[in-house]
Write a protein that binds this ligand. Structure first.
Ligand code: DP6
Length: 362
């Protein structure tokens, strides 16, 4: 869709060396993306909240080298100031896959320095923040070299498209507050190729939502998201699941516009449990939630029943529990976490997060 052989630098007039920095947040899906096909295309639409305190900072330095016919990228890569061969190889392969979109990448020597705001060992997925930060740097680079992405909406759309190629969920991190990825009749302009912003349309209560991430375990996942998506292909519940996700997205979208927290919370919890149920009935079957994840979810439901406070849980593809609640009950919920939930967390670790304003160029 974005292949552009004209984005080539003129070696008789090379650009000055330069540097670009973006900070991009993670996001938490309420309706989950689980199952994909083709080149990172989703089997169902998903809707996420953009977070604030869990982010990746990425600096991209570039310098002209005239190697227009090179097949490999010239990349130095640092993660938290240190070289990291696995990340370097993964990033280099990703950049090389983007040569048809950004042919000028062959003509540059690149240095990427990246790091997360959350501890690497916390078990918080960094692919959404990391891939969105990198995609934003690449779009800024294109714009500074060619002036081709001056329109902010077009810039965001392309950044979301590129982020998606790196990691599906990353395409939703480009936008403030909330985003929808995947074609759905509920959202006009929605696409399988990139996410669209939807936060503007939502009730204020969803702009003041907190997401405290209770770290139950930081162990490496037994089954990666990539393998989990692939297992959906043989899952007997796959088709009904995709239909259910489409229906839930449409219900959720209406609820978020009207400010219906109860419906929002019910869908958030149902989606979390459906996601993990899909893992359990994959072949081979696997489980990523831990006994402490279950204990937390049960306590959240008991607390809600006892107090009437609108606190809900969701899960990513891992054991950690995200607690979602509006800002006006923060003191009560923080006390509940302290008294009842922290004991289920690894070293008592909680990453406090909230709905944020989206990425920022630094
Ligand atoms: C459970 O975006 O990490 O978090 O496209 O293979 O990189 P890849 O997968 P990824 O999958 C995320 C799945 C999820 C739900 C979601 O974020 O929608």
């Amino acid at each position: 869709m974005y292949e552009n052989p004209r984005l080539v630098l003129d070696s008789s007039n090379p650009p000055e060396p330069g540097s670009i920095v973006w900070r991009s947040p993670s996001n938490i899906a309420i309706v989950k993306y689980w199952g994909k096909y083709g080149l990172q295309l989703p089997r169902n639409p998903s809707l996420s909240l953009t977070l604030a305190s869990s982010f990746t900072d990425t600096q991209l330095e570039y310098e002209f080298r005239d190697e227009a016919h090179s097949k490999s990228v010239d990349l130095d890569f640092f993660f938290h100031q240190e070289t990291n061969e696995a990340f370097q190889a993964k990033t280099a392969a990703f950049l090389e896959s983007l040569f048809p979109v950004f042919p000028f990448l062959k003509q540059l020597k690149l240095t990427i320095r990246t790091g997360n705001s959350f501890p690497h060992s916390a078990g918080i997925a960094s692919s959404a923040s990391g891939m969105s930060a990198l995609a934003l740097c690449l779009c800024s680079l294109e714009d500074s070299l060619f002036g081709t992405l001056q329109d902010p909406a077009e810039f965001d759309r392309k950044a979301s498209f590129i982020a998606r190629l790196g990691s599906g969920s990353a395409c939703r991190s480009i936008f403030p507050h909330a985003a929808v990825w995947g074609r759905t009749q509920a959202v006009s302009g929605s696409s399988d190729e990139y996410a669209v912003p939807v936060g503007e349309q939502f009730h204020d209560v969803f702009r003041d939502l907190h997401d405290d991430i209770l770290i139950v375990s930081s162990d490496e996942k037994a089954v990666s998201s990539r393998d989990g998506h692939a297992l959906m292909d043989g899952n007997p519940f796959a088709e009904p699941r995709y239909a259910q996700a489409r229906q839930r997205l449409s219900t959720l979208y209406d609820a978020m516009r009207s400010g219906d927290l109860d419906t929002f919370g019910k869908i958030a919890e149902d989606e979390a449990l459906t996601l993990h149920a899909l893992m359990m009935c994959s072949n081979p079957s696997y489980m990523l939630m831990r006994p402490d994840s279950v204990a937390i979810m049960e306590k959240v439901r008991e607390y809600r029943a006892a107090t009437g406070h609108p606190v809900y849980f969701t899960l990513d593809a891992g054991p950690n529990v995200h607690l979602l609640y509006p800002g006006n009950i923060i003191h009560e919920v923080r006390a509940f976490i302290e008294d009842a939930l922290k004991k289920h967390c690894e070293n008592g670790y909680v990453q406090e997060d909230w709905v944020g304003e989206g990425p920022e160029e630094m």
